[in-house]
Each structure stands twice: as C-alpha cells, then as structure tokens.
Write a protein that binds this ligand. Sequence first.
Ligand code: FMN
Length: 196
Amino acid sequence: MSVKVLGLATSPRRKGNTETLLDWALEAAGEAGAEVTKLRLRELEVNPCIACDGCFDGGACIVEDGMEELYPLLRGADSIILAAPIFSMGLAAQAKAMIDRCQPFWAIKYVLRRPLIEPGRPRRLGGFLCCAGTTYSTVFDGARQVMRYFWHVLEVEPAGELLCPGVDAKGEIHDFPSAREVARDIGRRLGVREEA
Ligand SMILES: Cc1cc2nc3c(=O)[nH]c(=O)nc-3n(C[C@H](O)[C@H](O)[C@H](O)COP(=O)(O)O)c2cc1C
C-alpha cells in the first residue's frame, strides 16, 4: 500500500511562496509512489476554536465547518506536510486556527485517555515548510514552537523542516538557493514507508 501524504497549504496567498514549496515537496512524494492529498486552507472554512470543551465528552468537535473534512485526514495520514508563511512573527492565523482546532485530538489523549493512533502503526512523519519576508534571527522561533506542539499532539515525528528567510514578494522563493531541492527531498523522504 502506498504512503498517504497530506499536504496543507495554509497561506491565504494563492500560489505564493509556501504553496510553491509544498507543490515541490508533494510532486516528489508522488514520484516516490505516495498517494498525495493537497488541501488549501483558504478553500475550507476553518473557524477558530471556541473553547467550548465539547470535545472533552466524546473526542469530537461540535463545530460544523471545514474541519470536518480535515479531522479524518489528519488522523489517517502517514505523513503530513504543512506549509505556512510567517505573519506577525508567528504562524499565519489560518494555520494557527487549524492547529487550535486539533483540540479534540488533545482531548482524546489527555482527557479521555484513549489512543489517538492505533498501536503498532508505523511512525507518522511530518514536514514543515515556511517563508518569512525578513531575516530576523528569531523570525521562525514562534512558529517552530507551535509546530513542535502540533506534531506532538498528532503523534507525528518531525522529519523535515525548510525555513526560508528573506522571501517576501510572490514568486521570490524561486530565487532562494536550493529551496526546490530541499523541498523535494523532504517530500521524497515523507513519501516512502521505511522498511520495518
Ligand atoms: C499580514 C502579514 C504579516 C507578515 N508578517 C511578517 C513578519 O512578522 N515577519 C516576516 O519576516 N515576514 C512577514 N510577512 C511576510 C511573509 O512572511 C512573506 O511575504 C511570505 O513569503 C509569504 O508567504 P506566502 O507567499 O506563502 O503567503 C508578513 C506578511 C503578511 C501578509
């Protein structure tokens, strides 16, 4: 069975820098034989978490919106690649809202004390692709911290990260040295299942 790779384009900018990185990664994953699903968050209606604690009862979110499509994909994927720009020194709000809406997964694990992922399943892998317009030394710090949390909640092992500073105008990613090669390498690695 081929590896299921879920790619999430979280930028509101269509075909922007981070979506381009994601497309490079997913193209390589597909070439490696993976079954690739790509979703653009701007095309789903993903509202912020309302902290109702509704998921504490049965582990499901009570809000009816685009997350209903995403929940099974996030849980079922063998690899997840999230592409996001830095907005205001952190993950773009679209990405952060989706991550906050993963609270049902947190509730399943830490409130209901049930397994999120079936025992014995091969380890799940995650890749993070990110661009920032500036080159501030701390520009990716906040986003990386949130991503560590996201991977932890989803029981995904971080297995590839591409951070591109100084990439601002649409299309500038094409001038970032080796971005395409590194994105493709991440996609290829996340697109194949490791031998047991
Ligand atoms: C609302 C907004 C806030 C931004 N905030 C920052 C920031 O704090 N630091 C930074 O380096 N770049 C910032 N940027 C620039 C983006 O990170 C940069 O343009 C990136 O390449 C966008 O990726 P995309 O084309 O995938 O949307 C911001 C852009 C927008 C639209």
